[in-house]
Write a protein that binds this ligand. Structure first.
Ligand code: MD6
Ligand code: FE
Length: 220
């Protein structure tokens, strides 16, 4: 039986991955990145030395409360002209730092565990949240092939992920995410509205007063 036909709740028992099913092709893999987390956290400073965290402006003119940077062949950026992927970091005029192979492998393994085989990300957005920062409901739709999934890794302070519907006005589920959790969504769930609730104050042993999120995508 091909993996896409194994009900996810059953697949949980076969490989020991704890799954929370959020949709037909949307799943939370609890703790999937916990082992790899120290490596991811350690890479943040190295990435930020090349391409610093910054607060970008949305097309509507609002400064994002989340600070971001990227690694990979292209990076996700926003400014007054819109959202796009760019091979050049607008803050430095140079390429983004390379995506470490171990990160691309982790993303591919998570995608595989969620039933998406052959995922090869070329973009990794790194988000940094301080208490009070939030991400309003949106769809990820700037990628060329919407048949490719999104893989999103949570690190540091816990957050409440907002998992909505295909329509902005639809019902929203609140999903608590902690250090090492990985969300994967694609297929019919690819354009689900999602966001992150205001981050609460806290102190995390590995990231201090921050939450970080690595979002892996196949952009080109
Ligand atoms: C998160 N981030 O930070 C989820 N999407 O946990 C996103 O969903 C996201 O930060 C599109 C563009 C920027 C983002
Ligand atoms: Fe998003």
């Amino acid at each position: 039986m091909p993996p896409e036909f194994i009900p996810l709740a059953l697949a949980q028992d076969q490989d020991g991955v704890r799954r929370v099913v959020l949709g037909a092709r949307a799943v939370l893999l609890r703790g999937f990145a916990r082992e790899c987390a120290p490596e991811l956290v350690a890479a943040i400073d190295a990435i930020a030395v090349v391409s610093p965290f910054r607060h970008m402006v949305t097309p509507g003119g609002w400064e994002m409360s989340v600070a971001l940077t990227n690694c990979g062949q292209v990076g996700w950026v926003t400014d007054r002209t819109g959202y796009r992927y760019d091979a050049i970091d607008p803050a430095t005029g140079r390429s983004w730092p390379a995506m470490p192979y171990a990160f691309a492998d982790l993303a591919a393994e998570a995608a595989e565990a969620a039933g998406f085989s052959g995922f090869r990300p070329d973009a990794c957005l790194v988000n940094r949240y301080t208490p009070g920062a939030r991400l309003s409901l949106h769809q990820d739709r700037n990628e060329r092939d919407l048949g490719q999934p999104i893989v999103s890794v949570s690190l540091g302070l816990p957050a409440i992920f907002l998992w909505g519907a295909k329509r902005r006005a639809g019902k929203v589920r609140r999903i608590p995410l902690i250090h090492g959790d990985v969300m994967v969504w694609g297929g019919p769930d690819r354009l689900t509205f999602h966001g992150v609730h205001f981050l609460a104050e806290g102190e995390h042993p590995s990231t201090g007063g921050y939450r970080f999120n690595f979002t892996f995508r196949r952009a080109l």
